[in-house]
Design a protein around this ligand. Structure first.
Ligand SMILES: *Cc1c(COP(=O)(O)O)cnc(C)c1O
Length: 396
């Protein structure tokens, strides 16, 4: 049979290529950081990692991981409830709960799993999920796996949310779910208003802090901190794979009975391996670091502010952002690809996004700022944007 199937796949691959949607992966041969080396020998400045705090190659985290490797070994060879729980897993869970002012935490192999495993154990066909239209793929998949009635509201649109909440009064329990920061525009969810509506219509709230934890809020505690509503949402999910060290791992943190049910019933937790002790140890170090000092967030915020003000002054059209994501709007898909390619020639690594990743006619280059960047790095990127922008007639 495989011959026919092979032809079928080849045709699909051809179509992906014809539509210009084929993804090629660049190969990095250095550690992740502000400056990276590609297998072509080219050294480039990295403006497309989720390494918001520069922790991917932080000496303190590396040291903590190495020492856990020595005293806890490499792998767990087990899921948590059989023999995959170490003191490090428990300590990290407690620390994450303390950091977000929640009651308890459950770790997963990834936030994709946290989101994939959160809805199905908690909600039945009698209940409702009200989900932002731009929520992450893992939330969409997680919602698909549960039997609750689904409602969708326009991105960050609280008027539409209210309409959906009125409809959802037909169900028993209601859960509103939103990303904290949306990855393409860098806008934040209007959490204060969402919570007000949840109170008015008797609903619960879940926020995915993957792009916001470590970035948004005075001390990096995410959108609940930004809107001064810490402890007021029932469920927070997040990743250890972005600002929080960048390795692997996810978590759900929130009300203790919710976490307790997830430990009993959440399928990606029950049927998938626990994170290696070295990742848990580096996670503990990360939370300690974030609790002790604001140095990295402060630097990140300074960097984002600097970059955005310079780019705006040059005449670039920048989407309003409250995060470390800066969308440089170019609108045209082909232009976004050519612009990104020319920037790479200048030693600046960014990605151009276009339909279907973003809306039609809304192509852009997404720049992600990091505490790993120094002013020289930012200046080099700004000079390159200036040069290519003028060359391509985007700015005057
Ligand atoms: C990146 C991301 C995830 C997935 O996180 P992983 O830990 O890499 O699986 C989930 N939700 C949102 C909003 C994200 O941005």
């Amino acid at each position: 049979m495989y011959q026919d199937y092979q032809k079928y796949l080849a045709k699909i691959i051809e179509e992906i290529k014809d539509n210009g949607l084929y993804k090629n992966e660049r190969v990095i041969v250095s550690p992740q950081g502000a400056e990276i080396e590609l297998d072509t020998g080219q050294k480039v400045l990295n403006f497309c990692a989720n390494n918001y705090l520069g922790l991917s190659n932080n000496p303190g985290l590396i040291e903590a991981a190495k020492s856990a490797l020595d005293d806890h070994g490499y792998g767990m060879s087990s899921v948590r409830f059989i023999c995959g729980t170490t003191d490090l897993h428990k300590e990290l869970e407690t620390k994450i709960a303390k950091f977000f002012c929640t009651e308890d935490t459950i770790l997963y192999a990834a936030c994709f799993d946290a989101n994939g495993g959160v809805f199905e154990p908690l909600l039945t066909e009698d209940d409702a999920v009200i989900s932002d239209s731009l929520n992450h793929a893992s939330i969409i998949d997680g919602v698909r796996l549960c039997k609750a009635v689904r409602y969708r509201y326009e991105n960050a649109d609280t008027e539409d949310l209210e309409k959906q909440l009125k409809l959802a009064r037909a169900q028993r329990f209601r859960l509103i779910v939103t990303d904290g920061v949306f990855s393409m525009d860098g806008n934040v969810a209007p959490l204060r208003k969402i919570i007000d509506l949840a109170n008015k219509y008797d609903a619960m709230v879940m926020v995915d802090e993957s792009h916001s934890a470590g970035v948004v809020g005075e001390s990096g505690r995410g959108v609940t901190e930004l809107f001064n509503v810490m402890g007021q949402v029932e469920i927070i999910t997040g990743t250890l794979g972005k600002a929080f060290g960048g390795a692997i791992g996810g978590f759900t943190t929130g009300k203790k009975e919710i976490i307790e049910i997830l430990r009993q019933r959440s399928r990606p937790y029950l049927f998938s391996n626990s994170i290696p002790p070295l990742v848990a140890a580096a996670g503990i170090k990360m939370v300690d670091l974030m609790t002790d000092t604001n140095e990295l967030q402060d630097k990140l915020h300074r960097n984002s502010g600097y970059f955005i003000s310079r780019m705006t002054a040059l005449g670039f059209d920048i989407k309003p952002t409250k995060s470390a994501i800066c969308a440089v709007m170019l609108y045209d898909a082909k232009l976004s690809q050519e612009f990104a390619a020319k920037l790479l020639n200048e030693g600046i690594y960014v990605i151009g996004f276009y339909y279907p990743v973003v809306a039609k006619g809304k192509a852009r280059i997404r720049v992600q700022l990091s505490a790993a960047h120094e002013i020289e790095h930012l200046d080099k990127a700004i000079r390159a944007f200036d040069k290519i922008g003028k060359e391509m007639g985007v700015i005057k």
